[in-house]
Ligand binder design. Structure first.
Ligand SMILES: *Cc1c(COP(=O)(O)O)cnc(C)c1O
Length: 379
């Protein structure tokens, strides 16, 4: 079946729930045993919950995986994935990525003896050189947040497999509607379901999806042992959001591309970073491995701090806020907001300058969004 059909039906059979069209929220911590020594299909909600199972099955179907796992937050999903590794393991990490992922590697896992080594994954020769020393895993984010650099997933997955490294791809920016990393040979897909999958800015959540049976088993054990799982209310909300993922992503994509083209022609804008523009250095890779570009992208404005702050304060429809992927449009200044946890010198080296602005383009009418940016940029 097609993606939009799977998104609405996978994980839930009304026949098993008194005909209910929507999966019920099993708001319970525990489940009665059938008899002494005989639990039913569920015994305790950390180990498993029917509402969570519905979401997990749906996520697995959408990403083309064997099993999906729902977590309390995207960071809980990342923490669980990194617990697959042990002290002494070396992980090659995309050199520009979500600030919280960088912080997790540096402030938590480095102390546990799991060391991140940052590599520009656009440069396959650099990756080959880094793989000359054994690596347990490669952590990928594509497109990267906020610079919109792409990684060739099939190429990196091939190199990793040849060197015995597990590949993990943060697929938050595109969602499975526009990119399916498992199909390209990636081992584990990670999501902040807070973003496009839920899509309504009313829940924080995370997910892991894997295809390899050994990885599925190990992640399942970790989810229960660590207790990083999502609660039933949140799972219900994410499931509800997923039903409209396809139509939302198409509109996010259309609106964002229209705004990117408009910004490119604006005299106050020095650069637009959007993989759907022909000016993007990896535009052909985008067309090869993605079926759309999503709703989030960045641009650089001319002038100094004063001009920049006028823009950030001047918008009325765009909300100055972190996060992305919701129905409402957000404007973010990575240097002082989402990426402030990265030391300034590292940030500068990455290219996340003070002139960089990130937009999460929502589902308002695109004419109103452009008028809003136009008025703010005019200042
Ligand atoms: C938001 C985000 C995360 C972290 O997810 P939370 O749900 O906020 O914990 C990880 N990766 C990317 C790309 C994100 O945008």
């Amino acid at each position: 079946m097609n993606f939009k059909t799977i998104a609405i039906h996978a994980g839930h059979d009304p026949k098993n729930h008194l005909g209910a069209a929507m999966p019920p929220i099993y708001q319970t911590s525990t489940f009665g045993f059938r008899d002494v020594g005989q639990p039913g299909p569920y015994d305790y909600s950390r180990s498993g919950n029917p509402t969570r199972a519905a979401l997990e099955e749906c996520l697995a179907a959408l990403e083309g995986g064997r099993r999906g796992f729902a977590f309390a937050t995207g960071m809980a999903a990342e923490t669980t994935a990194l617990m697959l590794f042990s002290s002494g393991d070396r992980i090659l990490v995309q050199n520009d990525l979500y600030g919280g992922t960088y912080r997790l590697f540096e402030t938590v896992f480095r102390k546990q003896g799991i060391t991140a080594e940052y590599v520009d994954l656009r440069d396959l020769d650099a990756l080959r050189a880094a793989l000359a020393t054994p690596a347990a895993a490669i952590w990928i984010e594509t497109p990267t947040n906020p610079l919109m650099n792409l990684t060739d997933l099939a190429a990196v997955a091939g190199l990793a497999r040849a060197h015995g490294a597990i590949t993990i791809c943060d697929n938050t920016f595109l969602s499975p509607y526009f990119q399916r990393p498992l199909d390209l040979g990636i081992d584990v897909v990670m999501h902040s379901t807070t973003k496009y999958l839920n899509g309504h800015s009313d829940v924080v959540g995370g997910a892991l999806i894997a295809k390899r049976e050994d990885l599925c088993d190990r992640i399942g054990v970790l989810q229960n042992a660590l207790g990083t799982c999502a609660g039933p209310q949140d799972c219900y909300l994410v499931l509800r959001g997923i039903k409209t993922l396809g139509v939302r992503m198409e509109e996010h994509n259309r609106n964002a591309l229209a705004i990117a083209h408009w910004l490119q022609a604006h005299p106050a804008v020095s650069e637009v970073l959007h993989p759907g523009l022909e000016s993007h250095p990896q535009h052909s890779l985008a067309l090869k491995q993605m079926t759309g570009f999503g709703g989030t992208f960045s641009f650089r404005v001319k002038g100094g701090e004063a001009q920049l702050y006028k823009l950030l304060r001047g918008v009325k429809v765009f909300l100055l806020a972190e996060s992305l992927g919701g129905v409402e449009s957000l404007i973010d200044h990575p240097a002082t907001m989402t990426h402030a946890s990265i030391p300034p010198e590292v940030r500068q080296r990455m290219g996340i300058g003070d002139d960089l602005i990130r937009l999460s383009v929502g589902l308002e009418h695109v004419d109103d969004l452009i008028a809003d940016l136009d008025a703010a940029l005019a200042q």
